[in-house]
Each structure stands twice: as C-alpha cells, then as structure tokens.
Design a protein around this ligand. Structure first.
Ligand SMILES: NC(=O)c1ccc[n+]([C@@H]2O[C@H](COP(=O)([O-])OP(=O)(O)OC[C@H]3O[C@@H](n4cnc5c(N)ncnc54)[C@H](O)[C@@H]3O)[C@@H](O)[C@H]2O)c1
Length: 468
C-alpha cells in the first residue's frame, strides 16, 4: 500500500508545511538494487583500547572494496588497512570533523570496565553529525554472558542502551545495530556486516545480533548470488511478504518452492511462473502437511532452507473470541511449524548446513489488544527459535526469526486509518516498512555464510516504539 504522506512530506511545499507544523518528516529509505556497492560512501572506524576484531574488519572491508578512514582514537587502523593494501587515511584534522561518511563502525570488544566508556563518547561525539542520510552505524561487542568478569559483562551489556539511544538520536533514516561477536567467531562477521551496512537493512534498527561459532565452516560464497542453487521452501508465497521473500531469494540465485493454500492457487501460480519457481498448493495446517512436505523435499533431493512465513490473524478480545479462532491461529502460526520442522529434520529432508527462518511479529514481543491468540503464537515462534537453536546446532542446522513491525501489505491496509497512521509513524523511520525489508533480512539468515547466526530474533520495525 502507498504511504501518500511520505511523498507529500518530501515535496518542496509539503516539506515546508510539515516543518512549519512540526509534523514528522520521514525520508524515503534507500533500498538495495543489484549491482550496487555494499556501502555508497566512506566508513569511519573507531574503537576502544585493545580492540579485538580489527583484523576481521580489515578482511571484510577489503572484500567489500570499502573506503575506510580512521578516527583519531584508533590510529592503528591505518597501519592494518595499509598492510592489507587498502587505501585509508585519518579522519579530520586536530579537533575538526572530517568528511561526511556513510557508516560508522566502532569496535568495543576491548572494553572491560565501565570506567573506559569515554572511548565511546569521544568517537560518537565527534562523528554523530557526520553520517550521511540513510547511513549505517554498527557497534561490535563481546556477548556479556561469555565475559570473564562481571565488570566486563556490565560494560558490554551497557552497549545495548547506547545503540538503542543512538538509533533514536541520529534520525535521517540512519540505522544503528549492536553485534556481539563470540570469541573465535570473528571470521563470521563479513556476511552480517554486508547486511547491516548496506541498504538491504533499510528498516532494521536498534537490533542486537549475536554471532557465534558455526557448527561447520562457512563455504565460500558468491556475494552477488549467495543463494545460488539453494532449494528454498517459502510458505504463504502467493502475496504480501511471502511473495517478496520469494522474489528476493530468487534474485539471490535460489530455486524457490512457493507454497500457499489451494484457494490461493491463482496468485501462487502467477508468482511461481514469474520467478521460474515451483508451486505447491497445500494447507500447512492440515494433518497431512508435514508428511506431504517431507515427500516433496525428498523428491527434490532435500531442501537447503525453509522459510515459515505463512500466518493468519483472527483478532478478537479473548472474552469475545470463539475457540475455533484461537485454535486456527495457534495451529497455523505455531504448532504447524513445530510439526513441520520435526518431520523434515527427522526424515533427513533438510540438507547439511540447512537454515530454518521463521516470521514472528512485534505483537509477539509487546502484545496487542485483540491479539491474544496471534501474540501467543508469535511469541511462541521466538520460544521455538531459542529452544531449538542448540538442538538443531548438533545437526548443523540454524534457526532464526524476523519480527516485522508495521509493513505495508494487504494485512495492514485493512487496519482502520487512525491505528494505521499510528503504526506507520511511531518508529524511528516515521514510516512503514516494505515487504522487501523483511525479505532482505530473511535472505541474510538464509545465506550459507550465516552459519554463525542461530537463535537470533531480529525485528524489522524501524525501531518501533511498540514493544521497544
Ligand atoms: N504485514 C505486517 O505488517 C506483518 C507484521 C508482523 C508480522 N507479519 C507476519 O508476516 C507473515 C506474512 O504476512 P503478510 O502481511 O504477507 O500476510 P498475508 O495475509 O498477505 O499473507 C499470508 C499468506 O499466508 C498464506 N497462508 C495462510 N494460512 C496458510 C496455510 N494454512 N497454509 C498455507 N498458506 C497459508 C495466505 O494464503 C497468504 O498468502 C505472517 O506470518 C504475518 O503474521 C506481518
């Protein structure tokens, strides 16, 4: 659905009126187009004392062909980057800010005590005004739960408050994320940086991502088509977010199996035809669905990725809700996914290094009036991801979820005007996301280079105030 206010606020007259009346002035978000560089502009690198992921950063930025400059607090960056054959330089002269940059990356992994936090202040105080619109900020830390001392865990945990506040302050569609890199997982960084620093993550902000050791080494990835040859099932693919997921992963090289209910056959066939994909008309809520999917996967020689996108809402306050509405939502959105995962894994129908990606919702994080059934199911998806991650890791399979906020689809177009406008504007981007924003996050989790990502739940919500 179109957000006509976004166009109005960015017209000459509209922006003047919006500014006079103090109305929100959302910027059109930059989104990824094939062939673009990962980052359109320079990257300013900073860090605390004893930064631990600089070598991994050098390797990643070299591979991305990114232009980096060093903040005065991290002069060693220039030596490291030069050694790797990268052009670099020092940002700013004396106390003067340097050129505007598209991204800031701060290595905070060396922080062991809150008394060292001035390194953070110095970097972001100097650089906050120098980030271009639609810029990116990434802070790198160590997972607090694995820190050697309580003091170290404390300052590492504190980074969450920093990043979430920066995400609210920087505005102009700039996103800010925190990535906790486990010791030994430094070589997992590139794929996640490529996502978080590029326009692919346009509507992802204030998120905490945990990178761990993969159960098997990541294969070499073609960064243009990271999903080349991968067989990927997408449920609910005839329209909306599912259709967009199918489009994005097909763009990234996947052989897509598009699934939807038999009643959606027309739309399903049209999407599948356009993408050169297979169409599978099946109600995933039916008793025979798990076995039917096992059979389909085995006939394909196994699937590499399953995307559980299909979902329904049947909103009513619980006092007014009929039991069949409760059952239908919990079954389709949650129980079915548990049954399908168990069946596919049990039958060996997922290939080595497989990925399961689920779609939750911020409603499952914050709760929502009239959505006890839906919120239960979507919070359950988070529970499933977190509890299954260690179990599946033993089989080399990862499981992650995205939790969309307000996304412009037929589902949200049906929401009454006032609630729709509130959902759209009450986030740091001042606008709703597009289905493609959810799809890009799913493609990131689906990548063969995402072996270090499991048990993560990442919101695609523009830092929505709901459930913040
Ligand atoms: N649109 C949003 O703002 C938003 C926000 C948060 C979460 N989500 C979640 O994203 C996912 C996609 O949402 P959407 O907005 O594209 O919804 P949508 O209603 O446009 O699409 C959902 C698709 O799932 C299919 N489906 C439903 N039940 C099925 C079943 N039993 N078997 C097979 N297919 C089935 C539908 O036919 C439909 O094509 C859902 O899980 C939804 O809960 C959406």
């Amino acid at each position: 659905m179109n957000d006509s206010y976004l166009g109005f606020a960015n017209s000459t007259l509209g922006s003047r009126i919006a500014s006079m009346l103090g109305l929100p002035q959302p910027l059109p978000l930059e989104r990824y187009k094939p062939g673009q560089p990962v980052i359109k502009g320079g990257v300013l690198i900073g860090g605390s004392a004893n930064p631990q992921v600089l070598n991994a950063l050098v390797a990643a930025f070299k591979s991305m062909d990114a232009h980096t400059v060093a903040h005065k607090g991290l002069p060693q960056w220039m030596g490291l980057a030069n050694e790797a054959g990268m052009m670099t330089g020092r940002w700013g002269i004396a106390d003067q800010a340097g050129e505007k940059v598209k991204a800031l990356v701060f290595d905070a992994t060396g922080l062991t005590d809150s008394s060292q936090s001035d390194a953070i202040y110095n970097f972001f105080h100097d650089a906050a005004r120098s980030v271009l619109p639609c810029g990116r900020v990434v802070v790198l830390g160590r997972p607090p739960e694995a820190c050697a001392t309580p003091r170290q865990a404390t300052i590492q945990r504190a980074l969450e408050g920093l990043t979430r506040s920066l995400a609210k302050e920087l505005k102009r569609a700039i996103t800010v994320q925190l990535v906790y890199v486990a010791e030994g997982a430094e070589d997992q960084l590139e794929n996640t940086l490529r996502f978080l620093l590029s326009p692919r993550s346009a509507y992802v902000s204030a998120q905490v991502v945990r990178l761990g050791l993969p159960s098997a080494a990541n294969p070499t990835v073609d960064w243009i088509q990271p999903l080349a040859g991968k067989k990927i099932l997408v449920t609910g693919a005839s329209r909306g977010i599912g259709e967009s997921i199918a489009e994005v992963i097909a763009r990234d090289g996947a052989q897509v199996i598009c699934l939807d209910v038999p009643q959606a056959r027309e739309g399903l066939d049209a999407v599948a035809k356009r993408l050169g994909a297979k169409a599978l008309a099946l109600d995933i809520g039916s008793a025979e669905a798990p076995q039917a999917l096992v059979d389909a996967a085995l006939a394909d020689g196994g699937w590499d990725v399953v995307v559980h996108n299909a979902g329904i809402t049947r909103d009513k306050t619980i006092a007014n809700m009929k039991d069949h509405l409760w059952q239908a939502v919990v079954n389709v959105n949650l129980s079915t996914q548990e049954r399908i995962n168990d069946a596919l894994v049990g039958a060996g129908a997922l290939k080595a290094g497989a990925r399961i990606v689920c779609v939750s919702s911020i409603s499952g994080i914050a709760g929502n009036l009239g959505q006890t059934n839906y919120a239960l199911s979507k919070a359950g998806v988070i529970g499933m991801v977190q509890s299954m991650a260690p179990v599946l890791a033993e089989k080399g399979i990862t499981i992650n979820a995205v939790a969309p906020g307000f996304i412009e689809t037929q589902m949200t177009a049906a929401v009454p005007f006032a609630i729709r406008e509130a959902g759209r504007r009450m986030n740091s981007m001042g606008q709703g996301g597009q289905p493609v924003d959810v799809a890009e996050a799913i493609a990131w989790f689906a990548s063969p280079a995402s072996g270090g990502l499991t048990g993560n739940v990442v919101r695609v919500c523009g830092q929505s105030l709901i459930g913040a």
